[in-house]
Design a binder for this molecule. Structure first.
Ligand code: NDP
Length: 350
């Protein structure tokens, strides 16, 4: 953990945000100062932007080169309230962004590569430009881990998925395979039994990493078949998943499993990036927040969405956290002058 030294007095409200941050800041070389900088442009980041913009905080969103988060690779979302006929992931994120921009949020498609949270205002660098912020909402999400084979990438959204809750419904009356041996894989397999005629769990070792109770539930389920000591060598199909080719890991051998859907459940990686140096995380790498709020260990830095939430991981829950973070940030900014010189909370992370 980086040590905090020489905390400068906070400068709430001393700078008016400019109207065009990227070009102005880059052209002049001057850092841009915003009341709130939001990092990330998935459901959490953009919802935080809507709320912060409507609170007249003129947020700047540093949204990342691959803006929009995980939903950008989700073809159809049927469980986001308000869209009874479903909506495409990119379309939904486009609407989030339009709504945020309508209220004055500026969304920039740049990656944050360095931050300095050791003095105030907080400093962030993206694409060679320095941004300064009185408050920061970090909502960089998590990324699903993938096997990394070409056929898996090609068929993502066409039968290959990393989210059973999001996509399971599409596989009604089909055989499905789930890859992984942790709690997520077994939980997703059990969930998918509601739709599938059969769920095959493919795991690379002879024993599971998951908790005993989940192993018992999965092993005893009449619709679940275990395929241990096997990896996916190939996803078979041109435009949609038709089968998986499995390789044995304990002895020579291959087999083909005809299926209609493949769920990859081999874990997620929280996108902690440059923030890890400053903000505490748990043993699995997820950043931690105050239990009651979205406050991080540093006053004025808030965390929302999958970057800290490994339990729910839904667009709607991430969006809800974005709203919470913006409200927390707004309230904190209102009272920050009174607490700015007190390093009490900061001491917790020293
Ligand atoms: P885990 O890291 O626990 O498990 C990942 C699984 O994927 C492992 O079995 C691993 O195999 C396998 N795997 C990893 N990489 C590959 C690969 N390239 N090819 C094939 N298999 C691979 O991740 P989870 O998402 O399952 O769980 C994360 C955390 O969340 C855990 O602490 C878990 O307990 C918790 N959790 C709790 C739940 C609950 O309490 N209800 C529900 C879901 C998750 P190997 O075992 O060989 O390393």
């Amino acid at each position: 953990m980086t040590m905090f030294t020489g905390l400068a007095p906070i400068q709430i409200g001393v700078a008016e945000p400019s109207t065009n941050s990227t070009s102005n800041a880059s052209a002049s070389g001057e850092p841009e100062h915003a009341r709130v900088v939001i990092v990330g442009s998935g459901p959490a980041g953009l919802t935080a932007a809507i709320y912060a913009a409507r609170a007249n905080l003129s947020p700047v969103v540093l949204g990342g080169y691959e803006a929009g988060g995980q939903l950008m690779t989700t073809s159809e979302i049927e469980n986001y309230p308000g869209f009874p006929d479903g909506i495409g992931g990119p379309e939904l994120m486009g609407l989030f962004r339009t709504q945020a921009e309508r209220f004055g949020a500026r969304v920039l498609d740049v990656d944050v590569d360095r931050v300095d949270f050791g003095s105030r205002p907080f400093r962030l660098w993206a694409a060679g430009v320095e941004y300064r912020a009185d408050a920061v909402i970090v909502a960089t999400g998590a990324s699903a881990l993938w096997l990394g084979i070409e056929s898996e990438t090609r068929l993502r959204g066409h039968g290959v998925s990393a989210c059973a809750t999001c996509d399971g419904f599409f596989f009604r009356d089909k055989e499905i395979a789930v890859v992984g041996g942790g709690d997520t894989a077994l939980e997703e397999a059990l969930y998918l039994t509601r739709f599938a005629t059969k769920v095959h769990i493919v795991h690379r070792r002879g024993s599971f990493r998951a908790s005993k109770i989940m192993i018992a539930r999965a092993s005893e389920h009449p619709k679940i078949e275990l395929h241990l000591n096997r990896t996916v060598a190939e996803v078979v199909g041109q435009d949609r998943v038709e089968a998986v080719q499995l390789s044995r890991t304990d002895e020579p051998g291959e087999e083909t499993l005809p299926i209609g859907g493949l769920f990859i459940a081999i874990g997620h990686r929280p996108n902690g990036g440059a923030f890890r140096e400053w903000l505490p995380s748990d043993e699995t790498g997820y950043l931690t927040v105050d239990g009651e709020t979205t406050e991080s260990a540093i006053d004025g830095i808030f965390i929302a969405g999958d970057l800290h939430d490994h339990r729910y991981r839904q667009a709607i829950t991430a969006a809800g956290e974005g709203a919470r973070a913006a409200i927390d940030a707004e309230r904190w900014l209102e009272t920050a002058g009174a607490v700015s010189d007190e390093p009490a909370t900061l001491a917790a992370v020293l």
